[in-house]
Design a protein around this ligand. Sequence first.
Ligand code: B16
Ligand code: MG
Length: 217
Amino acid sequence: QLEAVIFDLDGVLTDTAEFHYQAWKELADELGIPFDRAYNENLKGVDRRASLELILQQASRTYSETEKEQFMARKNSRYQELIRTIRPEHLLPGIPELLEELKSNGIKMAVASASRNAQAILQALAITDYFDHIVDAGALERGKPDPEVFLKAAEALGVRPKNCIGIEDAFSGLEAVNAANMVSVGVGHPETLAIADTVVASTGQLSWSRLKEVYEA
Ligand code: B16
Ligand code: MG
């Protein structure tokens, strides 16, 4: 029986992926490292350190640990500037209705984001109260595709993984949901996200009845 829905944040509840891209792009440009939207796809769902390492793989030189820490701090302060513009109207289509429907059907909800900025973003979107648990990204040992973040969410909710649906926009995130033994729902392109149990093109197609259908299939 479906008891809980565990949400990824970036790309599912709101589109912060664009802000991550802009902040990384500015850094890459300053460093003269090639970086574009296509390559940025690899960074989705990947934590800050691993994202930086992916970008630096394209560089023609190596960087010290101190430099890497400066780069991460610089990217994050730019990102924090960009997310200051987030308002409740930046919730992705269908999300306000979905949260309401799940709540009125007694479904538990959690956020399983790799972002250390998740709390601030949920506050800005004014949806913190819908969630029974928000996993602390800073306390994770392993990032997605490791299932840790989803398993921690289920544990905090007191729900068995097989009674959860995990919703993700990133390939690495869906790998994490599958490895956690939850039912996986991908938001995006069916070809890119083929490992999901179901893929919807947009969050506007997510509803309580659709999720029940997916879970029972
Ligand atoms: P931060 P999610 C992830 O969030 C993003 O998709 C990824 O692009 C980002 O690098 C990561 O959070 C870390 O974010 O730098 O704010 O800690 O998709 O897991 O909600
Ligand atoms: Mg995401």
